[in-house]
Design a protein around this ligand. Sequence first.
Ligand code: 5RP
Length: 222
Amino acid sequence: MTQDELKAAVADAAIREIEPHLDKDTVLGIGTGSTANLFIDRLGPLRDRFKGAVASSEASAERLKGLGIEVFELNHVGDVPFYIDGADEVNAHLHMIKGGGAALTREKIVAACAKRFICIADGSKYVAQLGHFPLPVEVIPMARSYVARELVKLGAEPVYRQGVLTDNGNHIIDCFNFMIDDPVAMEARINAIVGVVTNGLFAARGADILLLGKTDGVERTA
Ligand code: 5RP
C-alpha cells in the first residue's frame, strides 16, 4: 500500500471511531495536514449528523466550510468530545511531534479542550524515539534570534523556516538533530523560553487513541 492509501485507511478508521457518538450537539475538533484533510473529506457526507467543527487552521476551516460543515470559534463552544489530527512522529506513549504544517499552536489549543485526541497516522510516523523529524517551535517574530540561541544551548540545531507565517502571525524555527529523551520535560523546558508561543511536542497532553495505518491493517492503541 502507498502512504496515501495508509492515510486514507486511518481516516476511514477515525470515521468508524466517532460515528456512533455523533449527535445534533456534537462539535468536533479538526486538525491540519494531508491526513486530516482525508478525514475532513469523509465527514462531508455526515454533515447532517452533527452540529459542526472547530478547526486548528484557516486551511482546515476553509475545507470544512467547502463541504457545508459549520465552523465555530472555539470561544463559542463548550464541549469538544473528539479532536482528530495527524502527526509528524508518534511513539509508544502516544507522545507526538506535530507542526510540520505550522499549525501547532492552534492544534495544541483545540487538543487541550478535547475529551479525546484521536491521532491518525500512516506507519512511517511511528518511532521509538521522537526527534528524527525536526521539532517545530512557534516564536514571536522579534524573539526569533534569541529563542534560536536558547535552543542551541539545549542541543538543537535551529533553522528558521523561511517564508512561513503562522495563522497567528508568528515565525517557525525547526530544531534539527535533536533527539528527545524526555518529551514531557522538553516540552515544558522549551515552552519556558521567553518568546516561544509553543513547541511541537505533544507529550503533556498526548493522544488518547492512535490509529496507525500499516500494510496489514489499521492498528488501534488506546
Ligand atoms: C500540521 C501537523 C500535521 O498533523 C502533521 O504535519 C502531519 O501532517 P500529514 O498528515 O500531512 O503527514 O501537525 O501542523
